[in-house]
Design a binder for this molecule. Structure first.
Ligand SMILES: *[C@@H]1O[C@H](CO)[C@@H](O)[C@H](O)[C@H]1NC(C)=O
Ligand SMILES: *[C@@H]1O[C@H](CO)[C@@H](O)[C@H](O)[C@H]1NC(C)=O
Ligand SMILES: *[C@@H]1O[C@H](CO)[C@@H](O)[C@H](O)[C@H]1NC(C)=O
Length: 354
């Protein structure tokens, strides 16, 4: 009896240590601090999911911390928006800094969450630089390449270089010990996907221009490198999730590297997402696998594919019911100055998975 309880305790402690070691996206917990100002070093607290190195960075970059908070919110919202009608719907990041199993076992979803978190950080910091949030960076440096049309490089572009630097420093700092980077399989995977996420952002840079000259004649045109809306980057990240590559480790000259599991895939791009644990189908509740199950999820019975009841409910069937909702209708503008509407009731059909 005493032996088993001691064994259980050891398993518990080992599990805790193991979970603690994959703390790299815990900073996403910052999304809860939307409106709080960062005014003093004491604000950089462990309670927010920051690891010691991130606390140090936080103290050195208090002026950027609200941008980091914005990044965590952007990653959070974009993930849930992109996966809203999937079985795995990104609800696990509601629990950060606690990490559920889907985010620690080396799955495709874990790859995606790490990538979107570091991508969001590049994006928000690069933007923050160009609007002057901090003195540590400013406008992006002008491209060295010659202009590809009748324009001059100028204006104030997003400082992607600083965004990349800050994102890497901040996200990878939880993947190293005091002196050197952690070399566990998990740390290597997280580091790879952090980088892949950053690359998605730098690959999405495009050219924005502004015309000058007499009444919009565009005699002179200046252009700069600018980032698209994060929503667009979110779409690319979701595609990368679908195309993620399953890998295994292999020793090459005393170094452990990842190679694709499927032998017909020869190379692994730095910008591809990688994972080494197959995901469950997320159909049934299985906390051990980080699966919440889809019982009770809303679905669309008229749709096939993702969001459709057939896919969402995994063949278990669904309940359909009618709900009456009230909405504004027959709106009219009343001079002056308001809009008057009637309240109309409408019957809508809803389905949830059995
Ligand atoms: C930082 O500390 C100040 C003063 O205690 C407090 O008002 C503010 O909400 C704190 N901000 C955060 C992000 O904790
Ligand atoms: C996401 O899935 C979980 C588990 O199936 C469910 O509880 C939650 O309501 C879903 N969230 C949304 C926004 O649909
Ligand atoms: C599904 O299609 C039926 C018939 O076309 C329609 O009456 C119903 O409102 C649709 N349901 C949903 C949830 O779109």
């Amino acid at each position: 009896m005493r032996l088993t309880s001691r064994l259980l305790l050891r398993i518990l402690i080992m599990t805790l240590l193991w979970i603690d070691r994959c703390s790299a996206v815990k900073w996403l917990a910052l999304y809860r601090l939307k409106q709080k100002p960062w005014t003093q070093a004491q604000n950089c607290s462990k309670g927010y999911g920051l690891v010691p190195k991130q606390i140090k960075l936080c103290k050195q970059h208090l002026d950027i911390m609200s941008t980091v908070v914005h990044a965590s919110l952007l990653a959070f919202e974009t993930c849930q928006e992109q996966f809203a009608n999937r079985r795995w719907n990104c609800s696990s990041i509601n629990h950060v800094p606690q990490l559920t199993k889907d985010l620690v076992r080396g799955s495709r979803e874990q790859a995606y969450v790490y990538a979107i978190a570091s991508a969001a950080l590049v994006h928000t910091v690069a933007r923050a630089c160009s609007i002057g949030v901090t003195t540590k960076c400013s406008c992006g440096s002008l491209p060295r390449s010659a202009p590809t049309g009748p324009f001059k490089w100028g204006g104030c572009g997003d400082d992607i270089q600083y965004g990349l630097y800050f994102s890497e420093t901040f996200t990878d700092s939880s993947l190293s010990n005091k002196l050197k980077p952690k070399r566990s399989k998990k740390a290597n995977m997280n580091r790879h996907n952090n980088r892949a996420g950053r690359m998605v952002v730098s690959q999405s840079l495009s050219v924005a221009c502004k015309c000058h000259g007499v009444s919009g004649s565009c005699n002179i045109k200046t252009c700069w490198k600018s980032l698209p809306d994060f929503h667009i980057i979110g779409v690319t990240l979701k595609t990368r999730h679908a195309l993620a590559i399953e890998v295994k480790t292999k020793r090459v000259k005393k170094k452990r590297v990842f190679v694709p599991l499927r032998p017909n895939l020869k190379t692994l791009g730095a910008d591809q997402f990688i994972y080494y644990t197959k995901s469950p189908d997320y159909c049934s509740k299985d906390p051990e696998m980080g699966s919440m199950g889809t019982v009770g999820r809303f679905c669309d019975k008229n749709r096939s594919g993702s969001g459709g009841c057939r896919t969402m409910c995994c063949g278990r069937g669904y309940h359909t019911f009618v709900r009456t909702i009230s909405e504004r209708c027959r709106c009219q503008y009343v001079w002056c100055c308001y809009v008057k509407c009637d309240a109309c009731t409408k019957r809508i059909e809803l389905s949830t998975c059995k």
